[in-house]
Design a binder for this molecule. Structure first.
Ligand SMILES: [Zn+2]
Length: 99
């Protein structure tokens, strides 16, 4: 998009989403706080929100995995996994943990 096109869009109250590139009316765009020249459409804002949630979930999953590894190490150090009743239960839990 050249400068003339951008000026024409600005005069009509529309602008281009910096994420998807679609032209949207100004009231359907969100501007970044520190860079108000950057406008993102509502659909892309929701997309970015989902991406942020995925990244955050990954961080939580990594923390859970570290906690599980720590507990697993303590169980093995104490030999609880070899006990007759609790051992098979602990090994079953270990196999079915999602992280
Ligand atoms: Zn967009």
């Amino acid at each position: 998009m050249n400068a003339e096109t951008q000026t024409a869009i600005d005069q009509t109250g529309e602008s281009t989403c910096w994420c998807c590139g679609l032209i949207r009316s100004e009231n359907a765009l969100v501007h970044l706080g520190n860079h108000p020249e950057v406008a993102i459409c509502i659909n892309c804002v929701h997309f970015l929100q989902r991406r942020a949630r995925d990244v955050q979930a990954t961080a939580v999953r990594q923390r859970m995995r570290r906690a599980a590894e720590s507990i697993r190490g303590q169980v093995i150090a104490r030999g609880w996994h070899e006990r007759p009743v609790i051992g098979p239960a602990l090994m079953w839990v270990n196999r079915h943990l999602p992280w």
